[in-house]
Design a protein around this ligand. Structure first.
Ligand SMILES: CCCCC/C=C/C(=O)SCCNC(=O)CCNC(=O)[C@H](O)C(C)(C)COP(=O)(O)OP(=O)(O)OC[C@H]1O[C@@H](n2cnc3c(N)ncnc32)[C@H](O)[C@@H]1OP(=O)(O)O
Length: 409
């Protein structure tokens, strides 16, 4: 086993407060259905009444709508808004906005036009509508083993498939692959696609010198009309869904940690089936420094993997581990010299991908399934604690310090 390389201390105080390159219309629909721009609504297309969309289908549709490539137009956005409100709150019983309050009046009209449509039907119609909007892009999602094919286009990921291996590359190298809100949603979708494709193994890796610098600290700046409480709630839901998609991932999932890893990109490693690291990689969870608490099920998996004493040093005191240390503590499967890392790891993964597919998949499920319920409960608890922590002075001060270039971790 090799010792990890020494990570150079970071000094460059050069940041701006940009919130990423979201499409302008996406900002409108994606953040909250409340932000839709309105025109008078059309009668809704009712379909699939016999079928009931589950809460999970509905939540997937909510994520999918944010990733539509083309602006669906205001009429469709109004329909989505009205169905969302009906599905989550039931019939409109809000006071009618004034005649000059055009946007809110159009939204109110659209919602009110749904009358007493049952919540379940509204949910189904929402799912159907989103599915009709995204069906063309989804159809290109299937992966054939043995081909090297680029998957659906993502803004912050590159997903390819070759030799039965689906590779999800975190692709914001200029931001050290920090995970912004859209990237969380894209990873959820990419994992969903990989779980349904024909690939045998799924790999997560990073583009550039970092594996991932964790949660994008500018995420907290994007405050919706409901204010910071609403933002904290949305973040907690997103976090729970994100981590849940790793807990539920059905095939062998491998992390190829090409460089330093921070925060949530480290904690979720406990949910991977193998972790291969370059000796340049480091593993750092500075939650206390940020006024935060552990997520990614690490409050459960880390003490199990490395024992409570070592887990405490990482999760409470923010001790940064070298790749060699992380390997000695069981978080990392094996460490490779950076100079031969890619070659050695991919040779190994290609060999593994030739093993019988079903045996590997079922073995993973046998190993993991007993824990699933527990992991979902831990995830829910961690997300709920973080929802409170996001609003704490400790957390807000740490984010402000970073964003105003006063602190680096
Ligand atoms: C959904 C809710 C979940 C909440 C739970 C939170 C979980 C976590 O993940 S906590 C961990 C959060 N991550 C951090 O605190 C890391 C912050 N970043 C840094 O400390 C440093 O940037 C660095 C050590 C990662 C890299 O330092 P250095 O090599 O000197 O490079 P720069 O600082 O110049 O970074 C280049 C560029 O990237 C931006 N950036 C890096 N990391 C993040 C980040 N996590 N969030 C937002 N932006 C990040 C950095 O600001 C630079 O941008 P420009 O100035 O525009 O070039």
């Amino acid at each position: 086993m090799l010792n990890g390389g020494v990570h150079k201390p970071c000094e460059k105080p050069n940041r701006n407060l940009s919130v990423g390159n979201k499409k302008p219309w996406n900002m409108v629909v994606a953040l909250s259905p409340l932000q839709v721009i309105g025109f008078p609504s059309l009668q809704l297309h009712m379909s699939g009444i016999a079928m009931r969309a589950s809460q999970e289908d509905f939540e997937n549709a909510l994520n999918q709508v944010k990733l539509l490539k083309k602006d669906p137009g205001n009429e469709v956005k109004l329909k989505l808004y009205a169905l969302y409100k009906q599905a989550t709150e039931g019939p409109c019983n809000m006071p009618k906005p004034g005649v000059f309050d055009f946007i809110n009046k159009a939204k109110w009209d659209a919602w009110d036009a749904l009358g007493n449509l049952p919540k379940e039907t509204a949910r189904q119609n929402y799912v159907d509508l989103v599915s009709s909007l995204s069906s063309s892009s989804e159809s290109s999602n299937q992966v054939q083993p043995g081909t090297d094919r680029k998957q659906q286009e993502y803004e912050n990921l590159v997903v390819t498939s070759e030799d039965g291996i689906t590779k999800i590359t975190l692709n914001r190298p200029t931001k050290k692959n920090a995970i912004n809100t859209q990237m969380y949603q894209e990873i959820i979708l990419a994992l969903k696609a990989a779980s349904n494709d024909d690939s045998i193994l799924t790999v997560v890796t990073g583009n550039g010198d970092y594996y991932c610098s964790g949660n994008d600290l500018t995420n907290f700046m994007d405050i919706p009309p409901g204010g910071v409480e609403e933002k904290a709630k949305q973040s907690a839901v997103l976090l729970r869904d994100f981590v849940g998609s790793f807990i539920d991932f059905p095939k062998p999932l491998i992390a190829v940690v090409n460089g330093p890893a921070m925060g949530i990109s480290v904690t979720i490693l406990g949910l991977f089936d193998a972790v291969y690291a370059s000796d340049r990689a480091t593993f750092h969870t500075p939650f206390s420094h940020l006024g935060l608490t552990p997520e990614g099920c690490a409050s459960y998996t880390f003490p199990k993997i490395m024992g409570p004493a070592k887990a405490t040093e990482m999760l409470i005191f923010g001790k940064k581990l070298t790749a060699g240390e992380a390997c000695a503590q069981g978080l990392v499967t094996e460490v490779f010299p950076d100079s031969t890392f890619q070659k050695e790891v991919w040779t190994r993964l290609k060999a593994y991908s030739k093993l019988p597919k079903n045996a590997m998949k079922i073995s993973k499920q046998v190993i993991r399934n007993m824990e699933k319920e527990k992991l979902h409960a831990v995830n829910a608890e961690e997300s709920s604690v973080l929802q409170e922590r996001c609003l704490s002075d400790e957390c807000i001060n740490a984010a402000v310090n970073f964003l105003s270039k006063r602190a680096k971790l």
